[in-house]
Design a protein around this ligand. Structure first.
Ligand SMILES: [Zn+2]
Length: 90
C-alpha cells in the first residue's frame, strides 16, 4: 500500500531561499542564519525549523496548511528524521 504520513513522525522539506514569515525574513535565534532550512511538519501539525547548524525550534506562526501550500509532492519517505536529513543534505 502507499505510505501515509502517519507511518512516519512527520514530513520535511528543504527550504533554500530566505524564509519569510509575516512579512519578515526569519533568522535563526541562535546563529542568525536565514537560509537553507529544513522545515518539518510533524504529525501533530506543528511546524519546526532546523537551520544548517542543527538548531531546531518550533515555529508557531507556521502550520500544516502553510506547509502543504509550500511543499511540493512528497517523493521520499524516511524511517527516521536522521535518514531524512541525510537525504536532504543536512
Ligand atoms: Zn542556527
Amino acid at each position: 500500500r502507499a505510505p501515509s504520513r502517519h507511518d512516519v513522525e512527520g514530513v520535511m522539506m528543504r527550504w533554500m531561499p530566505p524564509l519569510v514569515i509575516d512579512g519578515e525574513v526569519h533568522a535563526c535565534p541562535q546563529c542568525s542564519t536565514y537560509r537553507d532550512w529544513i522545515v518539518f511538519n510533524m504529525n501533530d501539525d506543528s511546524v519546526w525549523l532546523r537551520c544548517p547548524a542543527g538548531h531546531q525550534v518550533l515555529e508557531p506562526r507556521l502550520d500544516a496548511a502553510w506547509f502543504n501550500r509550500n511543499c511540493g509532492p512528497v517523493d521520499h519517505w524516511h524511517p527516521t528524521l536522521e535518514d531524512g536529513l541525510r537525504h536532504l543534505g543536512h
